[in-house]
Design a protein around this ligand. Structure first.
Ligand code: ZN
Length: 149
């Protein structure tokens, strides 16, 4: 990412960035292209700075695919920074996941608040590791055992 500007807005820090002008690989065929079709903005939250939330606005390119018969255009991906459909940077997502997994429930919520990370309960729940199948099976077996007359 190329950082164009960092603005101190008092209660939050706003970063304006763009992707480099380098060619990017088409997810369909792998061919590289730097021919821009359009630009669009993505806004994501990053790891807080100085106890203030950080918002990153990244200008991302939609590029033409050079391969005949492949898709005509594609959005470039910024691996490790912007994950598809996410509203947080990969870095912030990783930190939030660690907190939620290690400290589920209220303790995790309090710690995230201390770290100036905003997170809904719904999102926190989605970060929880699903129960291992073996445990689920063991619980089901125990339940059936208890219900046996
Ligand atoms: Zn392609």
């Amino acid at each position: 990412m190329v950082v164009e500007d960092v603005v101190d807005e008092g209660r939050q820090v706003v970063v304006w960035a763009r992707t480099p002008d380098d060619p990017a690989a088409c997810p369909g065929c792998g061919a590289e292209s730097a021919r821009v079709y359009s630009y669009h903005w993505r806004t994501v939250a990053d790891v807080p700075l100085d106890e203030r939330p950080v918002t990153v606005n990244v200008q991302v390119r939609r590029l033409f695919c050079p391969t005949m018969g492949c898709r005509t255009t594609f959005r470039e991906q910024v691996a490790g920074v912007l994950e598809r459909y996410q509203r947080r940077t990969a870095r912030l997502t990783g930190q939030v996941q660690s907190v939620v997994r290690e400290l589920a429930g209220r303790a995790g919520a309090r710690l995230l608040e201390q770290l100036s990370v905003r997170l809904s309960r719904h999102t926190a729940r989605s970060f929880m590791r699903p129960w291992p199948r073996r445990l689920t099976n063991a619980l089901r077996a125990a339940y059936l055992e208890l219900r046996r007359p």
